[in-house]
Design a protein around this ligand. Structure first.
Ligand SMILES: Cc1cc2nc3c(=O)[nH]c(=O)nc-3n(C[C@H](O)[C@H](O)[C@H](O)COP(=O)(O)OP(=O)(O)OC[C@H]3O[C@@H](n4cnc5c(N)ncnc54)[C@H](O)[C@@H]3O)c2cc1C
Length: 589
């Protein structure tokens, strides 16, 4: 081992040292070069690759991105040639000496110190390692890096090659149904594996509101995925052995010397046989280096930064998955591990390091999207659970319009949920559907950023021709419905309040007789909405002075019926999102 110190070049030119050579780090390094042609810029990356498209990994696993090279956006050589960056892969920063302004680096057997004038930390996140016995088994994988996807692809090739004609195909267990877990499920299914998906929460994609998640569960089932909700994986053991230790320290009864089949034991006692396992239960900020250096971190362990990405040290900046951001709606200081914020923060940090005017970091909405087979799910702002936990008053509206005009072929339902403050300010929105979800959630994310209200959404002027949208776009519809709710034009009830509604109100089903016959709430009076004006006496008799809780399939006909009833002096209210939302919340109706 050798120890040396590279000479300080503290004054001319400045030396900018970047730790982490992927999203945030490389954005910062590239921007810094564009702003300062003279600076010496050194990028230190512990892995073998820099500037790779980690968001593309699941799509290389599936085979959609056929060429591995497509993921490698740059190499150290290309970065030296194009941006005059000194990029050092296989160089791990092991310490920061703030007072000496130098980092210690481990490169193979060598250790050396590198002085800096400005230090940018973008070390990303580390995967959470759940307390599952046997996680060291070679069949257990993560999906975070190029080597991860290489070894997964190799394993899948082996499995597919060794499959006998009469044997069933290989199988996989994916632990964790978050964004990357779902992408992994889709990729493995595309490669012909039978996939079991295990999720501790009671619905897939936990950041999604519970009433939208069943749409994803149904889609997974249609594609043959075996979904296990509300259970945790407890142990992974070579097939045929029984794990002896659950949780805590990881130990297993049989040492597997080759990556053979395994058995995954779940908390409900079920066992799943698998040829490979992917664990993806979330990440935590990679802030150990910053903590050891005495930089300020928040209670979540994320590095605390100010509006221009400065840490608590004037010569150190930090960005990406490792830092705290302010959640836009709740004001909570949390890490938000997404590529967009990391890239923008990298650019801002470079501006700040180079003495430029910075655009102060805006609070983060956490806008995110995932494809699950033929469905898209997307979210922005605060979900209902977050609003409830934060004690923020809100009204929730559910709509299920077409993504474009219904009379034009191919219209697909967009399932949208949005939350509004009592003054009409949009707080959060989520969508699931086969078409048009990305566009609506991006519009709504922009609307939240702009502080828009239900009135503003109602007035948004959006591009329309029948193949693309509707004259009243789903975003306008959200505004209209929220206006009606907030000014009491349309009082509403929620699917989660079903028990109370059944116990104390008259339930009025205004769907057609045939829809009613296919399934309805017990005790509901069925009066198709077009007959309502002629049959008000029946409502009067059945209600006996009680509130009338109206529903239809999606909330549109019941809105019309609610207005008729209110006009006739009834105390009436409309079920938000109708039978579609009700069934999602109460699947056993
Ligand atoms: C499979 C996958 C799919 C994803 N898909 C999406 C998506 O679709 N949309 C989205 O918004 N986000 C997605 N993300 C998240 C997104 O990639 C991250 O939020 C983003 O990369 C964070 O940027 P970063 O610079 O903070 O960390 P990273 O890009 O992870 O880079 C950190 C780098 O620092 C290096 N490093 C750490 N410590 C040291 C050290 N001490 N010395 C030297 N080097 C070090 C690491 O090796 C790593 O290469 C995905 C992530 C993964 C893994």
């Amino acid at each position: 081992m050798t120890t040396k110190t590279e000479p300080s070049r503290a004054h001319d030119p400045r030396r900018i040292v970047v730790v982490g050579g992927v999203a945030g780090g490389m954005s910062a390094a590239a921007r810094a070069r564009r702003l300062d042609e003279q600076a010496e810029i050194v990028v230190l990356e512990q892995g073998a690759y820099v500037s790779f498209a980690n968001c593309g990994l699941p799509y290389h696993l599936s085979g959609e991105i056929g060429q591995r090279d497509a993921l490698l956006l740059h190499t150290p050589e290309s970065l030296a040639a194009s941006l005059n960056l000194d990029v050092r892969t296989g160089h791990r920063v092991t310490g920061i000496d703030k007072s000496a302004q130098e980092v210690t680096i481990q490169a193979g057997d060598d250790t050396y110190a590198l002085p800096y004038d400005a230090l940018l930390l973008s070390p990303g996140a580390v995967p959470v390692r759940p307390p599952i016995a046997g996680l060291d088994h070679p069949a257990v994988h993560t999906l975070r890096t190029i080597p991860d996807v290489d070894s997964l692809r190799e394993r899948i090739e082996e499995l597919l090659a060794s499959r006998g004609r009469t044997q069933p195909g290989p199988s996989a267990v994916v632990i964790g149904a978050g964004f990357i877990g779902l992408e992994a499920v889709e990729a493995l299914t595309a490669r012909g594996l039978q996939v079991h998906l295990v999720e501790l929460a009671d619905h897939v994609l936990p950041p999604l509101d519970a009433e939208l998640a069943p749409l994803l569960s149904d889609e997974l089932a249609v594609h043959g995925v075996d979904l296990r909700l509300g259970v945790s994986a407890q142990a992974v053991a070579p097939a045929g052995t029984i794990p002896v230790t659950l949780g805590g320290t990881i130990r297993e009864s049989g040492k597997a010397s080759s990556p053979g089949a395994v058995t995954v034991t779940l908390s409900d006692g079920a066992t799943l046989a698998a040829h490979l396992v992917i664990v993806n239960v979330g990440v935590r900020p990679a802030s150990a280096l910053a903590v050891e250096a005495g930089l300020e971190v928040g209670p979540t362990g994320a590095i605390r930064v100010d509006g221009d990405q400065h840490t608590s040290d004037p010569h150190i900046w930090a960005v990406g998955d490792a830092v705290e951001v302010t959640q836009a709606i709740t004001g909570a200081r949390i890490p938000v591990p997404l590529a967009g914020p990391a890239n923008r923060q990298g650019r801002r940090a470079a501006d700040s390091m180079c003495g430029r005017r910075t655009t102060p970091q805006a609070s983060v909405l956490g806008t995110a999207i995932v494809r699950v087979f033929d469905l898209t799910a997307a979210t922005t702002g605060a979900n209902q659970a977050t609003l409830r936990r934060a004690g923020i008053a809100h009204e929730v509206v559910h709509i299920h319009p077409g993504d474009h005009a219904g009379y034009y072929p191919g219209s697909e339902q967009v399932h949208l949920v949005a939350s509004f403050a009592p003054d009409g300010t949009l707080l959060g929105a989520q969508g699931v559907g086969r078409a048009g979800v990305d566009k609506r959630i991006d519009i709504l994310a922009t609307a939240i950023r702009a502080g828009m209200t239900a009135d503003d959404l109602a007035e948004l002027e959006l591009a329309y021709a029948p193949p693309y949208g509707s004259a009243k776009d789903p975003v306008n519809m959200l505004g209209f419905v929220a206006q009606n709710v907030l000014d009491a034009t349309m009082p509403q009830w929620q699917a989660r309040d079903l028990d109370g509604a059944l116990a104390t109100t008259l339930i009025l089903d205004v769907r057609s007789r045939s829809e009613y016959a296919e399934g309805h709430l017990s005790g509901a009076l069925n009066i198709p909405h077009l007959e309502l004006r002629q049959r008000l006496d029946e409502v009067t008799t059945s209600a006996g002075g009680r509130t009338v809780s109206v529903y239809c399939a999606s909330g549109v006909r019941s809105y019309l019926a609610t207005r008729v009833l209110l006009g006739e002096g009834f105390d009436a209210r409309n079920l938000s999102g109708g039978w579609l939302t009700l069934q999602a919340v109460h699947p056993n109706l």
